[in-house]
Ligand binder design. Structure first.
Ligand code: NAX
Ligand code: ADP
Length: 291
């Protein structure tokens, strides 16, 4: 059985902001994202996180990515990590990431990392030792394609956010096979590896290891543009850092991302809207639900 997501249910999982919060108690998110070729992905994921209620967002990335984000956003703190010759985060950064992230409520790992031996070692090292909840996206998922069994060894709760291409790569299947049976693919990955799966696309599915399956009802093809998924990862990570459980952090993030994009499409058209535009429509959804 699958349950359709609706706005009332989503907001029953998002509490009003208590009056006595401070930045440390409002959720702390550690984001590991970006590389020389994908600087924008780090900006987009950080934007999504900042707009979704988190008290404290830190971006950990290469010197170039950290320098670049400062031209776009001034709110996140930065952790400058060592890079390799191709401008991707070096594997030697894993210890720093683990030490720093231990003080945070959740981590997002993967948006725009690129993929090489350093990325694989970094992702695997973090996955094996990080104890907080973790969102693994994009190249964070691709980095596991040569050995998915490591997911069973992760000491933490992991949310994976693949599109059909990433799902096929991870599960050594084909895009066509995943597309034919999206529900089966999401359910099987969640159950077999004890992870929460967000299988993106029209009617994104969210599967949990205990067999629950949610289907999104918001969103439109104006989202079919590079960078939409990076924003979603930041949003899910932000909700996770604020204490939502993995199923509902994922479900609320997916629903809100799509619902904001539906408002954006009315205002800007599916053609003209760009991924960051949806973040200008997100506040209306929080406000109409008393948040
Ligand atoms: N401004 C930026 O810096 C951006 C960085 N991005 C990052 O770039 C990295 C690589 O992304 P790429 O877009 O190159 O690689 P992807 O693996 O996302 O896509 C590669 C190819 O896979 C296929 N594919 C993708 N989505 C599919 C779907 N839903 N169904 C069927 N086939 C699908 C398409 O043929 C696509 O060209 C990621 O880490 C991502 O986070 C992208 O998000 C785009 C924006
Ligand atoms: N046709 C569509 N209808 C609804 N949502 C879509 C559609 N196409 C893409 N999306 C959404 O846009 C996002 C795209 O993410 P992704 O494929 O990871 O792109 P990127 O990695 O370039 O950011 C996902 O949230 C996905 O569900």
């Amino acid at each position: 059985m699958r349950t359709l997501l609706d706005e009332k249910t989503v907001f029953s999982h998002i509490p009003p902001k208590a009056d006595d919060l401070h930045k440390g108690s409002a959720g702390k998110l550690y984001l590991v994202a970006g590389s020389r070729s994908f600087r924008g992905a780090a900006v987009l994921a950080t934007m999504g996180a900042l707009r979704s209620g988190c008290g404290y967002v830190s971006l950990a990335s290469t010197p170039e990515v950290c320098d670049n984000i400062s031209h776009h956003l001034i709110t996140p703190t930065l952790s400058v990590l060592p890079e390799n010759a191709e401008g991707r985060i070096s594997r030697s950064a894993a210890q720093t990431v683990l030490r720093e992230a231990a003080g945070y409520g959740a981590m997002v790992l993967g948006c725009g990392l690129g993929l090489d031996a350093d990325t694989e070692a970094l992702v695997r090292g973090v996955l094996l030792h990080f104890e907080g909840p973790l969102v693994l996206d994009a190249d964070g998922i691709n980095a596991l394609a040569r050995g998915i069994d490591i997911l069973r060894e992760a000491p933490t709760k992991v949310i994976l956010t693949p599109h059909e291409g990433e799902m096929a790569r991870l599960c050594r299947s084909t895009i066509e096979a995943v597309h034919r049976d999206r529900e089966g693919a999401a359910r099987t990955l969640a159950k077999d590896y004890g992870v929460w799966v967000v299988l993106k696309g029209p009617h994104t599915l969210i599967a949990s290891p205990d067999g629950q399956l949610l289907e999104n009802t918001s969103g439109n093809s104006g989202l079919a543009k590079g960078g939409s998924g990076d924003i979603l990862s930041g949003m899910i990570g932000s909700l996770l850092a604020q204490g939502l459980d993995p199923l509902w952090a994922a479900a609320c993030g997916v629903y809100l991302h799509g619902a904001a994009a539906d408002l954006t499409a009315r205002r800007m058209s599916r053609y003209c809207m760009q991924p960051p535009d949806l973040l200008d429509d997100l506040p209306e959804i929080f406000i109409r639900n008393g948040r």
